[in-house]
Each structure stands twice: as structure tokens, then as C-alpha cells.
Design a protein around this ligand. Structure first.
Ligand SMILES: *Cc1c(COP(=O)(O)O)cnc(C)c1O
Length: 344
């Protein structure tokens, strides 16, 4: 059996999700008439402590409609240079919205320095774009799933608001952060004007993300979603799985975190592998391979022959992600496969 640690996006829906999908009452969601989508949106808004929510096709679409709803053409959005929105979303906010990204150094813990944010906010000068938005990411993908705390997020929100800017959180894995910190997700979204989270990663739903924020913002995001071709009709078949994801799949993320730690500790003892154990806080393990005889691509190919899947993320760095389809036995088998490749 293939132990797929490439991403938590590979998770398959649970039996309860399949049953809920089959039984879901449906309607036309563009008319606002899909009761299951409406239920998911109300539940998500409640969980994130926001007024309203919008079901979208993906995390990328959630971030894009959020940026389009907050910013006009030529406005500037401040974000980390390692942010998913900056690196992995094709520059969609610039390409489709004319939004100017301002990239600040991302610290190893996934945060941005408050001083850097203040320094990046533009003064009122006709030479400059207008600073409109700050974006954070929690958990932080490129920072190995590191979590941002409620206190840090509130400090960034206060800073943004005191300068007339909004705060958006790319919370693709916000429930992982909440479980790791043992807080409610709404505490992590506290001061933010908007937050996106993914149903289709660790929460194991087959498709979809949700954007949450105040009602006026969600109205604008809904318009943007329609323009992008994301107005879906009987989307309740998908939203039904999302409701199960929120109701049944959040608490179990602690298992994924324990498995990531088990993997990180196993890898740390192998020759040529370096893992920063402090950085393994949730379900992502980023490690580097430093061996003259083996490139990351070769390691991946050899592990694939032993039924273990990983991703290379640039340079000497590789990534493994734990999820609903991965057990402690799989992790033990994966560590044994690494040892067989690295110690032979
Ligand atoms: C996966 C991810 C996204 C995008 O989600 P898709 O559903 O793959 O478009 C956005 N932000 C972060 C931090 C992610 O990990």
C-alpha cells in the first residue's frame, strides 16, 4: 500500500461524508437556495466567529476572492515572501485584480515582524500605491506548519486597523493551529477582517474551502466568486461533506500532529537528514537532505519504489504531511523505508 505523505490534499472522504453527500437536500446556490450550502456557511461563520461565510471551490479561490473584495486595482497587499498567496497562487491577485503585492521577509516561525509591516505601510503620496491589506498565513505551509498565536494575530490586526488597513488570514490549516494551541479557531481569527480555510486538506472533505468575514465583505466576495466562474449550483453535495468535516474531523487532527512528531523524530536520527524538531508543531515535517551521493529527487524516486510519497520543495528541502489516511504503523513503515535507502 502506498503511504502518501506528499500532502493532506490526498485525503479521501470518510464514510459519514459519503452518506451525507448522498442524503443532502439541494437547491440552486447561485439563487441562495441550496439549504446544505447555507448550513455549511452558517456553521463555518459560527466556528470562525464571523458574521457570514462563502463556500468556494478551493483555498486559492478563497484567498483570491478575499483579496478582490478588500482591494481595488492598484491597491497594495502586504504579505510574507514565503506566503502561499505570494508563491503558489500564480500571482492571481495581480493578474486578475491589479493588486500590487508587497512581500516582506517571512521569519522561520511563519510570522512577519511588526516593525517591517509598519515600515511597509505607504504614506499618502501620489507616487505610491495605496496600502490596503495585510495577509498572514496560519498554519504556515513553507514554515513547516508553524502556528501563529492569538496574541500575535491580534497585534497584527491592531496594527493594520490603526493604519486603516484590513487583515486577511490564509487559514488553509487554521484548525490544525487551533488544535495544536488548544484554542478555538475563532480566537485565531479574532481581529481579522477575513479568513479562508480549507475543507479539503486535513479535514478530509473532497472539495472546497470557506471564506468568513462580515456581511458586506462576504457580499463583495460572492460577486468576485461569480465573476471567476465559481458560482456553483447544487453545491450542497460538496458542502454536505464540509459539514461533516467541521463536525467530526477537527478533534482528530491531534493524531496527525502526533504522527508528524513521530516521523520527525525518526528522521532526525538518520544520516544526512536535518530536521528542526521545534518547528514541527502540526502535521507538516520539512527536512533537508545533505548527502553528496543522493539528491532530493533521487531520494524521492527511491522512496517511491518502497511505496512512500514525498514532495521536494526546492533546494535540499523536502516535505512530508500527515493526514486522515496515515496511521502510526504507516509512519513506522515510512521511517523504515527511509532507513533502508539512507543506511544501505
Ligand atoms: C493548500 C493551501 C492553499 C490553497 O488551497 P487549494 O485548495 O490547493 O487551492 C492556500 N494556502 C495555504 C497555506 C495552503 O496550504
Amino acid at each position: 500500500m502506498f503511504i502518501d505523505l506528499r500532502s493532506d490534499t490526498v485525503t479521501l472522504p470518510s464514510p459519514a461524508m459519503r452518506a451525507a453527500m448522498a442524503a443532502a437536500p439541494l437547491g440552486d446556490d447561485v439563487f441562495g437556495e441550496d439549504p446544505t450550502v447555507n448550513r455549511l456557511e452558517a456553521l463555518a461563520a459560527e466556528r470562525l466567529g464571523k458574521e457570514a461565510a462563502l463556500f468556494v471551490a478551493s483555498g486559492t479561490m478563497g484567498n483570491l476572492v478575499s483579496l478582490l473584495a478588500h482591494c481595488g486595482r492598484g491597491d497594495e497587499a502586504i504579505m510574507g515572501d514565503a506566503a502561499h498567496t505570494y508563491i503558489y497562487e500564480q500571482g492571481g491577485a495581480a493578474a486578475l485584480g491589479g493588486i500590487h503585492p508587497r512581500a516582506l521577509p517571512t521569519l522561520p516561525d511563519g510570522s512577519l515582524r511588526l516593525e517591517d509591516i509598519v515600515a511597509a505601510i505607504r504614506s499618502d503620496d501620489q507616487h505610491f500605491p495605496i496600502s490596503r491589506l495585510v495577509c498572514l498565513e496560519n498554519t504556515h505551509n513553507r514554515a513547516g506548519g508553524a502556528v501563529l498565536t492569538p496574541a500575535y494575530t491580534a497585534a497584527v490586526a491592531d496594527l493594520a486597523h490603526s493604519h486603516g488597513l484590513k487583515l486577511h488570514i490564509d487559514g488553509a490549516r487554521i484548525f490544525h493551529a487551533a488544535v495544536a494551541l488548544q484554542v478555538e479557531a475563532r480566537e485565531l481569527a479574532g481581529g481579522a477582517d477575513s479568513i479562508t480555510f480549507c475543507l479539503s486538506k486535513g479535514l478530509a472533505a473532497p472539495v472546497g474551502s470557506v471564506v468568513c468575514g462580515e456581511a458586506g465583505f462576504i457580499r463583495r466576495a460572492r460577486r468576485a466568486r461569480k465573476a471567476l466562474g465559481g458560482g456553483m449550483r447544487q453545491a450542497g453535495v460538496l458542502a454536505a461533506a464540509g459539514i461533516v468535516a467541521l463536525e467530526e474531523m477537527v478533534e482528530r487532527l491531534a493524531e496527525d500532529h502526533a504522527h508528524a512528531r513521530q516521523l520527525a523524530e525518526g528522521l532526525a536520527s538518520l544520516p544526512g537528514i536535518a530536521v528542526e524538531l521545534d518547528r514541527v508543531q502540526t502535521n507538516i515535517v520539512i527536512f533537508s537532505l545533505d548527502r553528496p551521493d543522493l539528491s532530493p529527487a533521487e531520494l524521492i524516486a527511491r522512496l517511491r519504489q518502497r511505496q512512500v510519497g514525498l514532495l521536494a520543495i526546492g533546494g535540499k528541502r523536502l516535505r512530508a504531511v500527515t493526514h486522515y489516511g496515515i496511521t502510526a504503523e504507516h509512519i513506522a513503515a515510512a521511517i523504515a523505508a527511509f532507513a533502508a535507502v539512507l543506511c544501505q
